[in-house]
Design a protein around this ligand. Structure first.
Ligand code: FAD
Length: 405
C-alpha cells in the first residue's frame, strides 16, 4: 500500500496531511486521532478561549476541506500497536490497517504529579479542548485558584483568572518562572507584572498535597514548608510527557520522545516522528532536543511532507515561540537556554523588554516582551547561514532592526 497513516490529529498530524496534498501526494491519507472531532489549535485554550469560547474558531479547517482533499479522519480512536514487519497498526477498536509510511504525531500528555489528593474533583489540567471547557466552567464558579507550575500555560491561565477577579496563587518549584525556557531577565519581568496585577507568585515552592475539603473536593494546597493555601480550584500545569509508548513497544529508540534523525526519520525507514513527541538533532553540538511549539509542529510536518513526495531536506528551521500573559506578549526566537551572555534593553518600567542571548560570542536567540519588531528582525537574522557575532551586534548599538538594512 502507498497509504500514509498519521497517528495523532493535532497540529503536526493535520499539517502533514494538508502539506502532502499541497505537495502533490496522490494516494490515500488517513489520520487516526484520539480526540473527538476535527483537528484544532491549542494555543487559544489557555488564552482567549477562557473568556470567549467558540470551538469552531479553533478548527484548522472545516469538514469540506477534508472531503475535498481526500484526507481520511478516524476521530475518537487511538493507534494501540505497530507491527513493523507487517507494516500494520492496530487501533483501539481492534481493526488492523496497513501503511506504506507511518507518521507518529502523537504529541504529549500532562504529567501527573504523585500528590495526595490529586484525584479530587476540582483538580484539573489543560491540554485538550475538553480540558478547556472543563476549566472554563469551573473558573466561572470559583473564587480561589491555585496554579501548580509557573510555566507558560499556568501563567497564561493565572493572568486570565486574575483579570476575571479570582484570587490566584502560583506555586513554582524552581527559583524563577518559566526557568526551563527563558533567561532570568524575562523571568523577573513576568514575576514583576504578575505580582503587580495581584497574583500571589511563590518561587521555590513545591506542592506537597492537595487538601480534601471534607466533601470530596479540593479545599487547598499544602506546600512542602507546610503552608496551607486555600483553593476552590487547582490547576496542575507541571510539564508534559511525550506519547511515545507505541513507538517504544515497537522497538523504536525512545528517550524523551521518539528519536529521529535530521530527516525526521526513525531507524525504521517506514516510520517518521514529528512535533511534540519527537526528539531531533539540533545545531552543531550534537544536541538532541524536543520542542513543544506550533512552529516546530508545522515546520517539521512541512519538511516531512517534502521527503515523502521525493524531496528530502534536512530539518534545520529556527525555533520560535510566543506566550500571551495578560497584556504582555512574550516572543522568543532561537533556543536561548545555553546562553553565556545577555544584553538587556528595557524593563518593567518601560512596559517592554528585549534580551539578546549570546553563546561563545555568537547571537543564539532573542527574547522580547511587547517588542514585535525586534522579534521579527531576530527571526530573519537568526535564520541566516552565518551567525552574528557579538562584535557585529555591538557595532550596531545592539539594534537588530539596523542590522537588517
Ligand atoms: P498535539 O497537538 O498535542 O496533537 C497530538 C494528538 O495526538 C492529540 O490529539 C492526542 O490525543 C493524539 N494521540 C496521542 N496518542 C495517540 C495515539 N496512540 N493514536 C492516535 N492519536 C493519539 N505553542 C506555541 O507555539 N505557542 C503557544 O502559545 C502555545 N500555547 C499552548 C497552550 C496550550 C493550552 C497547550 C496545551 C499547548 C500550547 N502550545 C503553544 C503548544 C502547541 O499547541 C503544541 O506544541 C502543538 O499542538 C504540538 O502539536 P502535535 O501535533 O505534536 O501535538
Amino acid at each position: 500500500t502507498d497509504r500514509i497513516l498519521i497517528a495523532g490529529s493535532g497540529q503536526a498530524g493535520f499539517q502533514t496531511a494538508a502539506s502532502l496534498r499541497q505537495d502533490g501526494f496522490e494516494s490515500e491519507i488517513l489520520i487516526i486521532g484520539e480526540e473527538p472531532g476535527l483537528p484544532y489549535q491549542r494555543p487559544p485554550l489557555s488564552k482567549g478561549y477562557i473568556k470567549d469560547p467558540n470551538p469552531d474558531r479553533l478548527l484548522f479547517r472545516n469538514a469540506d476541506f477534508f472531503e475535498k482533499n481526500r484526507i481520511g479522519l478516524e476521530d475518537g480512536r487511538t493507534v494501540t500497536g505497530i507491527d513493523r514487519a507487517d507494516r500494520t497498526v492496530t487501533l483501539s477498536n481492534g481493526r488492523t490497517i496497513a501503511y506504506g509510511h507511518l507518521v507518529l504525531a502523537t504529541g504529549t500528555r500532562n504529567r501527573r504529579l504523585p500528590l495526595p489528593g490529586i484525584d479530587l474533583d476540582n483538580v484539573v489540567g489543560l491540554r485538550t479542548l475538553a480540558d478547556a471547557e472543563n476549566l472554563r466552567e469551573r473558573l466561572a464558579g470559583a473564587s480561589r485558584l491555585v496554579v501548580v507550575g509557573g510555566g507558560f500555560i499556568g501563567l497564561e491561565v493565572a493572568a486570565t483568572a486574575r483579570a476575571a477577579g479570582l484570587h490566584v496563587t502560583v506555586l513554582e518549584a524552581t527559583a524563577r518562572l518559566m526557568s526551563r525556557v527563558v533567561s532570568p531577565p524575562v523571568s523577573e519581568y513576568f514575576y514583576a507584572v504578575h505580582t503587580a496585577s495581584g497574583v500571589d507568585v511563590r518561587l521555590n515552592s513545591l506542592a506537597r498535597a492537595i487538601l480534601d475539603d471534607g466533601a470530596g473536593k479540593a479545599g487547598g494546597v499544602e506546600t512542602a514548608e507546610g503552608e496551607r493555601i486555600p483553593a476552590d480550584l487547582v490547576l496542575i500545569s507541571a510539564g508534559v510527557i511525550p506519547n511515545a509508548e507505541i513507538a517504544e513497544a515497537a522497538g523504536l529508540y525512545v528517550h524523551d520522545g521518539v528519536r529521529v534523525d535530521d530527516l525526521l526519520a526513525t531507524e525504521d525507514p517506514a516510520i517518521s516522528a514529528i512535533g511534540d513527541c519527537a526528539s531531533f538533532p539540533f545545531g552543531q553540538e550534537g544536541l538532541q532536543i524536543r520542542l513543544e511549539s506550533v512552529q516546530n509542529a508545522i515546520d517539521q510536518a512541512k519538511c516531512l511532507s517534502r521527503r515523502l513526495v521525493g524531496h528530502p531536506e534536512r530539518y534545520d528551521k529556527l525555533p520560535w515561540f510566543w506566550s500571551d500573559q495578560g497584556p504582555h506578549k512574550l516572543q522568543i526566537a532561537g533556543l536561548t537556554a545555553g546562553a553565556d551572555h545577555h544584553e538587556i534593553r528595557g524593563g518593567v518600567d518601560d512596559g517592554k523588554l528585549s534580551v539578546q542571548c549570546f553563546r561563545l560570542g555568537e547571537l543564539i536567540g532573542v527574547e522580547t516582551v511587547n517588542v514585535p519588531g525586534d522579534h521579527m528582525a531576530a527571526r530573519r537574522l537568526l535564520s541566516q547561514p552565518t551567525p552574528l557575532t557579538l562584535e557585529a551586534v555591538q557595532a550596531s548599538g545592539f539594534d537588530l532592526a539596523a542590522l537588517m538594512k
